[in-house]
Design a protein around this ligand. Structure first.
Ligand SMILES: *Cc1c(COP(=O)(O)O)cnc(C)c1O
Length: 383
């Protein structure tokens, strides 16, 4: 039996929650969505949590909240999912790619400042695989150059940086509840922020630009009255999704412990194999372990990364690659004239990485099969 790359951890908790939501008489955004936002806020320990139908929507409205405009520039790591950069193009602004640290996969803080210009408005660090970026250094650079910091925490729930939980550190933090992410609602996302003005604006923008308290201000008109105060979007979460989120949130710590356990087993078993490099996590932070990213020591192997993945697949183990660097995609290459130039860390990383299966529902037997198979290949194809 094939070991899939990912399987969401769904039990009767989520099923019962959805059934209750469906039978409640209110299935789109309503009290369950507000309850999910409250519980999420408590879990993260932040002031405001604004739910949306994806992390991409969250990143979009976060950039709208800071009034990003045409011609502006926003710094993003070169190795990320397209959503991180795509949202910048919605404004006719420019995603400026920064190289990554080849050890962690996170934005290389030593290469950020040379990319800052008078047009730079923000930086979007991505906590690659769940390991927090160097947030103190990023905050220092942002302060010196008056940039907003919007964290792409699609992989990072829960994750900790120097005793602070991800979601409490920067101007805004965007989480993803996509099917493969550590907490899922099928599709969904959440922005956390301490800023009440941005919160109010994002809440208006996520639902057609409708002023939430227009009817309060004009109460003589009654509850049917509303005003559109801005061209908004249809980005709201539904109560059906929020019910899944509430169930997931109740076991989020347990799911994290499971992923940590699997990551520990992989590292214990694979770290002494000289054809492989196990993940490097800095000592002052804790990864969410959304991904377990192995790097091949290509210099000591007779096969490359792609063939290694093929061999794993032939033996029933499905793996993945996170991510194809953005400058390698036709759109970013053509629209912004990017090439591989200046991205030594990203290129080195991209050639070597393989993401192994890691999810709470994996059985011990499956974890052992992955370890045995990776070990066999790493030994068989050693130079
Ligand atoms: C998944 C992902 C996103 C997008 O999340 P959605 O909820 O699918 O919009 C953004 N950034 C990164 C790094 C991701 O992995």
């Amino acid at each position: 039996m094939e070991i899939p790359f990912h399987k969401p951890y769904i039990t009767s908790d989520e099923v019962d929650g959805v059934v209750n939501a469906l039978q409640s008489g209110w299935i789109t955004m309503g009290s369950t969505t507000l309850e999910f936002e409250d519980r999420f806020r408590e879990y993260i320990g932040c002031k405001n949590a604004i739910s949306m139908n994806s992390c991409t929507a969250c990143l979009h409205l976060a950039l709208k909240a800071i009034n990003l405009t045409e011609g502006d520039e926003v710094l993003v790591p070169a190795v990320t999912f397209t959503a991180t950069a795509e949202v910048i193009t919605y404004f006719k602004a420019k995603p400026v790619l920064a190289d990554i640290d080849k050890h962690t996969g996170n934005i290389d803080i030593s290469k950020i400042e040379r990319k800052i210009t008078a047009k730079t408005k923000a930086i979007i660090p991505v906590h690659y695989g769940g390991q927090p970026c160097d947030m103190d250094e990023i905050a220092g650079i942002a302060k010196a150059h008056r940039l907003c910091v919007i964290e792409d925490a699609a992989h990072a729930i829960p994750a900790w940086y120097r005793q602070k939980k991800i979601g409490t550190i920067s101007d805004m933090t965007c989480f993803s509840f996509y099917a493969t992410k550590p907490l899922t609602t099928g599709e969904g996302g959440m922005v956390t922020t301490e800023n009440d003005e941005w919160t109010a604006r994002m809440k208006i923008l996520r639902l057609h630009g409708i002023s939430q308290d227009a009817w309060k201000r004009y109460s003589k008109e009654g509850t049917w009255f509303y005003e559109v105060i801005e061209a908004g979007h249809k980005y709201n979460l539904t109560d059906i999704q929020a019910a899944i989120g509430l169930a997931q949130l109740r076991k989020i710590e347990w799911m994290w412990q499971r992923r940590k356990l699997i990551a520990g087993r992989y590292t214990d078993a694979l770290q002494s194999i000289d054809t492989l490099m196990t993940p490097f996590v800095k000592p002052d932070r804790e990864s969410a372990w959304h991904l377990y990213v192995l790097k091949l020591n290509l210099e000591t192997l007779t096969i490359g990364r792609n063939q290694f993945i093929e061999e794993l697949k032939r033996r029933g183990i499905v793996t993945s690659v996170h991510f194809i660097p953005l400058y390698r995609h036709p759109y970013y290459r053509d629209a912004f004239s990017y090439s591989t130039n200046g991205f030594d860390g990203s290129e080195w990383f991209y050639e070597r990485v393989i993401s192994l299966p890691i999810y709470p529902g994996m059985t011990d037997a499956q974890v052992h099969t992955v370890i045995d198979t990776v070990t066999e290949l790493a030994t068989r194809y050693k130079k």
